[in-house]
Design a binder for this molecule. Sequence first.
Ligand code: AMP
Ligand code: MG
Length: 490
Amino acid sequence: MQRLLASLSWDNSYSRLPERFFERVSATPLPDPYLIAFNQDAAALLDLDPSAAGDASFLAGLNGTKPIPGTAPLATIYAGHQFGVWVPQLGDGRAILLGEVVTADHQRWEVQLKGSGMTRFSRMGDGRAVLRSSIREYLASEAMHGLGIPTTRALALFGSDEAIYRERVETAAVLVRLSPSHLRFGTFQLFASRGESADVQLLADYVIDQHFPELLKLPAAERYAAWYREVVDRTARMIARWTAVGFSHGVMNTDNMSILGLSLDYGPYGFLDGYDRGFICNHTDYSGRYAFDQQPKVGLWNCARLGEALHTLVPEASALDALESYRTTFEDEIDARMGEKLGLLMAEEGDLELLHGFLQLMQSAKADYSRTFRALSHYDGADLTTLLPLQAEIGDAAGLLAWLERYDTRLAHEQSVVSVRHGRMLAVNPKYVLRNWIAQEVIVNAEHRSYAMIETVRALLAAPFDEQPAFERFAEGPAGKDVVEVSCSS
Ligand code: AMP
Ligand code: MG
């Protein structure tokens, strides 16, 4: 049965932890809010009626003017390493967790409002989020989901004409996001750094109970180590998947690392246009700490910090084991994903060199990452017209032809049927990714009060592997487009 927001089954399991884990705080309503976007795909996850947003109670409930019965709004406390620097206390400075919706099939989805006003953890901030960054997060979470990458989801976006001061005057928006949990590595780090090991355990028990119930059957002595290893594994796999689709997160601070291995907190992220393994998407990342090719290493560093925070629960040898496995997990995942992108059925010696040869051609030509792999997905050595789109991206005719010769030989080993290989490759090499210029065009429209494009692009990116001829232009690279620098300002 599908319902309105207030008639969903609400709970807030986190609010049953001791009060020192959070602050009870209600949203500060935005004046005269209006709905900007509503994602029916995400609504379905909650058993929410597809027309729920049309009811006045929807905005009233989420804006905090008419609190939703059964919710227990709160802001969580956490800490974290920001750009490698330890910050002893952070917390939800502009996010409020309403609670969890418990669905008919017993799934729990946390509903969090991002940009809904100040909390005890706001520090110097105003508790708000600007429309621009809220749209970017809304689209990125759904684009990542479309690509099959574990991520938080976006249910809705609403705004107000309230002025927000960043580098310029902007307007406010609230992103309504969903996740099984929004807990971060930094939540554990906070209690550990204060020597509150009983609270680290309480939190670990809560997370295992809610999200890793299969581990409850293990004796406690093994349970925490198994759990930590699972978090490390998920993190490694997530980052391998980011790498395969050319995604850069931009701010991989430990407070932005999900304890469930989900992609979390989309700010100054970027998808590769021209391939550049050293790509830095965040304009304020002066040292390139979070550059595209640094992400695997940073993921490991972050997992090590989590391991330290869990040192009273996970024996050092087990933690080191888990960290040791990060590299192989990452490599297994990236090898599988890149092998798929090349259309290879089985792994063979020499595949890595083959891949690196292709990436090197792309790197030298700054060839568009997604377009080039998409072009390769149509390549057939027996049909020279299929060479042209590849040449258009890579240019270097001699280098490309030499590489294709190796590729043809390699493909011949497994005697795959060309059309079947094309089908497999087209299902893993996206036609559409959330390029900076696309997000920017959506934002410019929205800043002129034209919001329809948000849902158009969201729906397009929900099926990024499908040919959608009406939207061909969204498969274009950034040449001639309006591209902006993105930073932590949001
Ligand atoms: P982020 O860079 O978005 O991951 O945020 C880092 C920390 O700063 C988190 O604790 C946020 O809650 C907080 N924060 C970011 N922007 C604001 C804001 N405008 N008001 C209050 N807190 C904020
Ligand atoms: Mg954050």
